[in-house]
Design a protein. Structure first.
Length: 261
C-alpha cells in the first residue's frame, strides 16, 4: 500500500527547508551588517573607538528592523541559535526543527562575514586577535542574551513575528545592549562563532568563543524558563497567549506541524 503520510512529510520537509534557508539568509545579512559596518566605521572614525561603535550600533540596529520585518512571518526571524533554543523550550518551535534552524544560522553567519570581507577587499577568512575574555565579559553575554529572549518573549504575547513592535523592540534593545554591556552584546552563538573569523573591529578570538556561547545559551535558557511565569496573568482578565512565543506557531508553523517527522 502506498504511504499515505508521504505527501505530508514531503510538504513538511519543503516547509522546513524554506524556513532554514530564510534563517541562513537573514543571519547572513545581519553578520554582513555587523562586520561590514565595523570595517567601514574603523576606516572612517580616525581611531575614535567610541565613534566607530556608534556607527556599528546604528547599522546593526537598522539591519535588524529590516530583517525581522521582512522574514518574521516566514521563520520567526530568529537569526540566533539562542532564540531558537528558547523558542523550543517554550513550545513555540518543534525540537525536530531546531537542528535545521541552527545549521542555517551558522552557515549564514559565516557567509555574511565572508561577504563583508569581500566587499571591503579583505581576505575571506581572517583569524581574529580581538581579546574578549574575563568574568565581566562572560557575565555580560549572559545578561545580554537573557534580556534579548525576555524582550522577544514579552513582545510576542501581543504581536506577531515580523510585526513592527517586535522589530523595533528587539533592535532598540540590541542597540542599547551594545553600550550597557562590557562585551558589546554579541548575544548570539552563531554570530560569535562567525566573528572569530574576522580580524576586524567586530571580531573575537577563537579562544574566547566557547565561554561566550555557554553564557549566551545559559542566559537564553534561564529567560525561557522564567518569563512565562513572570508574564502569566494571575487574575480572571482576558489573557494573552499562554506561551510568550506562541504566536510564532500559527505564523511559522501552520498545519504542517502536525505531520510526521
Amino acid at each position: 500500500m502506498p504511504n499515505q503520510h508521504a505527501p505530508a512529510a514531503r510538504e513538511f520537509a519543503v516547509f522546513l527547508s524554506r524556513r532554514a534557508a530564510v534563517e541562513a539568509l537573514g543571519t547572513g545579512f545581519l553578520l554582513a551588517a555587523v562586520v561590514g559596518s565595523g570595517i567601514m566605521a574603523e576606516q572612517l572614525a580616525g581611531g575614535n573607538v567610541a565613534l566607530a561603535l556608534v556607527a556599528n550600533t546604528m547599522a546593526t540596529a537598522a539591519a535588524l528592523v529590516a530583517l525581522i520585518s521582512a522574514f518574521g512571518t516566514v521563520s520567526g526571524a530568529h537569526f540566533n541559535p539562542a532564540v531558537t533554543v528558547a523558542s523550543a523550550l517554550q513550545g513555540a518551535l518543534a525540537w525536530r526543527d531546531v537542528p535545521a534552524y541552527i545549521f542555517g544560522q551558522c552557515v549564514g553567519a559565516f557567509a555574511g562575514v565572508a561577504c563583508a570581507h569581500a566587499m571591503f577587499a579583505q581576505a575571506i577568512v581572517t583569524a581574529s586577535q580581538h581579546a574578549r575574555s574575563g568574568g565581566a565579559q562572560v557575565f555580560s553575554e549572559f545578561i545580554a542574551t537573557f534580556g534579548l529572549v525576555a524582550i522577544i518573549g514579552a513582545c510576542s504575547r501581543a504581536s506577531a513575528p515580523g510585526s513592527t513592535p517586535i522589530a523595533l523592540s528587539v533592535s532598540a534593545y540590541i542597540a542599547a545592549a551594545y553600550w550597557f554591556t562590557a562585551s558589546t552584546s554579541f548575544a548570539n552563538p552563531a554570530a560569535t562563532l562567525a566573528r572569530s573569523a574576522t580580524a576586524t573591529f567586530s571580531g573575537i578570538r577563537v579562544v574566547d568563543v566557547s565561554a561566550f556561547v555557554v553564557a549566551q545559551l545559559l542566559g537564553a535558557t534561564v529567560a525561557a524558563r522564567i518569563m512565562p511565569w513572570l508574564l502569566t496573568p494571575t487574575t480572571n482578565h482576558a489573557a494573552p497567549n499562554s506561551s510568550p512565543m506562541a504566536s510564532e506557531v500559527s505564523n511559522a508553523s501552520p498545519s504542517i506541524e502536525s505531520t510526521p517527522s
